[in-house]
Design a protein around this ligand. Structure first.
Ligand code: MEV
Length: 323
């Protein structure tokens, strides 16, 4: 086992959560989508040296688990990330180190917690070997874990989380960061129903295989909405963005990835005056994103809570990056 230099006791990496503004699911089939990082929630990883001979250990604080890397199964996402990074960095001997992971991003809720945790680990491990990897390289490493978690990911989660910028994304093309032309105020409301992305992506795939013409048409419809939304975002037109989010939710409903809990929150938000509301991410649970005018924010938040939202986070998409 290789001992790490004890003079530097701690290396840290972190990464934000994300929301998909428009385009989820269709993005898996080559259509564009728009995603935004959410810096209010984050995953953090620390690397701490251990005594010589201990090998690499992982502590997943939120899961209350601590285990040796060499005992972790091949499909353990944290261990998979660590092994991928060791390979990419050319680390031949397992270092004596503990990797401690903690996240405030709720799991299986459409906010990209899997990609954020993996990104935090990649950054912390790279730092520990004196490397600062550019976002594209971080994203490519995290994509390996996304494949393990989601089966057939589009790559949008690892891309937006690694770049930490609003992006226009199409599978197989370089992501295009964009700057909105005004401020957009969002509420992110949690249905409280965990829903792993893998399950909904698998179901949509089965439905697409059974009736490709119908699903291709729905994906094209979403692509059209995403194109219009990009222009509306760049023009700062929140009313238009809200209307397009509503239309996107309608198509997601027809794709079969909404749920009674999502519909209840969407309805409550709209009745309280929201400009637009839709599920975000895989669906069937997780989070609903709601676009509000700033002066309606408290009324809509209260309506969401009354309708059963277990947690409501506010975020602003602004021309200048805001913390
Ligand atoms: C997950 O955040 C978004 C989906 O479109 C899956 C993917 O793009 O890999 C549902």
């Amino acid at each position: 086992m290789a001992a790490l230099a004890p003079s530097v006791p701690l290396w840290t990496g972190s990464a934000p959560g994300k929301i998909i503004l428009l385009g989820e699911h269709a993005v898996v089939y080559g259509r564009p989508a728009i995603a935004v990082p959410i810096t209010r929630v984050r995953a953090v990883a620390h690397v701490v040296p251990l005594a010589a001979g201990k090998g690499t250990w992982i502590e997943a604080r939120d899961l209350k688990r601590r285990y040796a890397l060499r005992e972790a199964p091949a499909d353990d996402p944290l261990a998979h990330t660590v092994r991928t990074v060791w390979r990419a960095l050319g680390v031949e001997q397992e270092p004596d180190a503990e990797i401690v992971v903690h996240s405030t991003i709720p799991m299986a809720s459409g906010l990209g917690s899997g990609a954020a945790v993996a990104t935090a680990i990649v950054r912390a491990l790279a730092a520990c070997f004196g490397r600062q990897l550019p976002p594209d390289e971080v994203s490519a490493l995290v994509y390996e874990t996304e494949k393990l978690l989601h089966g057939t990911p589009s790559g949008i989660d690892n891309t937006v989380v690694a770049h930490e910028r609003p992006i226009w994304f199409r599978r197989g093309e370089p992501p295009q960061p964009f700057t909105p032309g005004g401020c957009f105020h969002f509420l992110i409301a949690d249905t409280g129903v965990p829903s792993p992305t893998r399950a909904t992506v698998t179901d949509v795939r089965a439905a697409w295989q059974a009736d490709p013409a119908r699903y291709e048409a729905l994906f094209d419809r979403i692509a059209g909405l995403v194109e219009q939304a990009r222009q509306a975002l760049e023009h700062g037109d929140s009313h238009q963005v809200g209307a397009l989010m509503d239309e996107n939710q309608d198509v997601l409903r027809r794709l079969g990835v909404s749920s009674p809990e999502i519909e209840r929150l969407v309805r409550a938000a709209k009745e309280a005056g929201a400009l637009g509301a839709k599920l975000s991410g895989g669906g069937r649970g997780g989070n609903v994103i709601v676009l509000v005018e700033p002066d309606r924010h408290l009324v809509v938040r209260s309506a969401l809570q009354t309708a059963g939202a277990v947690r409501c986070v506010e975020t602003v998409l602004a021309p200048e990056e805001k913390p």
